[in-house]
Design a protein around this ligand. Structure first.
Ligand code: SAM
Length: 252
């Protein structure tokens, strides 16, 4: 296995524009993010190591779009946009250009000041912009990855992301420098349900399923509610959300 300091040399030898390319490879190996034919949006993409890896993974049938403050030299099969992701107009243009993405990646990082709290806060701000972009462009079931420097504001950001995805993990790829506080929030499978765990709402039980649980519909989404009968209207708390249905408990 390569030592961390070797990634720079490896990138040179293997034709990647940055050692960061290996972070995306490792994230992808662990979390299966980009598949052939996918539409991938990469934020903070310069000089383009992640774009090269994403283009390899998505293949000719895929679409890869990279955005950065810096100009990105052309890469075969990759579209690039020069822009600031904190600018709402840039985000709107991007969403119009892409339509719907399967994966949104962000390796955006602020210019480092060396002041830990400031660098942390700025990186969380960039990750939030990436998260908002993902909410505007990501298909149901799509995946989102964002770099963030560890620190006190991470928990709030992670909680916001957790509400919108099946699950979220903090991943520190081996290719990250060992002295770095960077980590990646890897959010898998954007939820499509109109309700979230912990929501409390009134529902009408329309039917009883074969397992004996009441069945309620919220905007067409099925919630199973034990200990209820058809025709009842009950107040429930949502306890678990799956891709196509959820579970809720009666609130007395
Ligand atoms: C660590 S580098 C990305 C490396 C890239 N993933 C690669 O593999 O080559 C972080 C990038 O984030 C970009 N960036 C920082 N703030 C940004 C913003 N507000 N909008 C767009 N890009 C931004 C920087 O210009 C920088 O190129």
């Amino acid at each position: 296995m390569a030592r961390k300091d070797d990634y720079y040399n490896r990138a040179k030898q293997e034709g990647y524009r940055s050692r960061a390319a290996y972070k995306l490879k490792q994230l992808n190996e662990e979390s299966h993010l980009v598949e052939r034919g996918d539409t991938v949006v990469d934020l903070g993409a310069a000089p383009g190591g992640w774009l090269q890896v994403a283009a390899e993974l998505a293949g000719d049938e895929g679409t890869v779009v990279g955005v950065d403050l810096q100009r990105i030299k052309d890469i075969d099969g990759v579209e690039t946009v020069r822009g600031d992701m904190t600018d709402e107009d840039v985000r709107t243009d991007l969403v119009e250009r892409v339509g719907e993405a399967d994966v949104v990646l962000s390796d955006m990082a602020p210019n480092m000041t060396g002041e830990y709290n400031l660098d942390h806060a700025r990186s969380v701000h960039l990750a939030r912009q990436a998260f908002e972009t993902s909410m505007a462009v990501l298909a149901p079931g799509g995946d989102f990855v964002a770099k963030v420097f560890d620190g006190p504001d991470l928990a709030d950001l992670k909680a916001a992301v957790e509400r919108e995805f099946r699950y979220v993990r903090e991943v520190r790829p081996e290719a990250s420098r060992k002295e770095s506080s960077e980590l990646y929030l890897v959010a898998k499978r954007r939820l499509t349900a109109p309700v979230r765990e912990g929501d409390e709402l009134d529902v009408e039980i329309q039917d009883v399923g074969s397992e004996g649980d009441g069945i309620a519909k919220v905007e067409g989404f099925t919630l199973f509610v034990p200990d209820t009968e058809a025709g009842e209207t009950v107040t429930v708390e949502v306890t678990d959300i799956k891709a196509r249905f959820g579970f809720a408990e009666r609130v007395e």
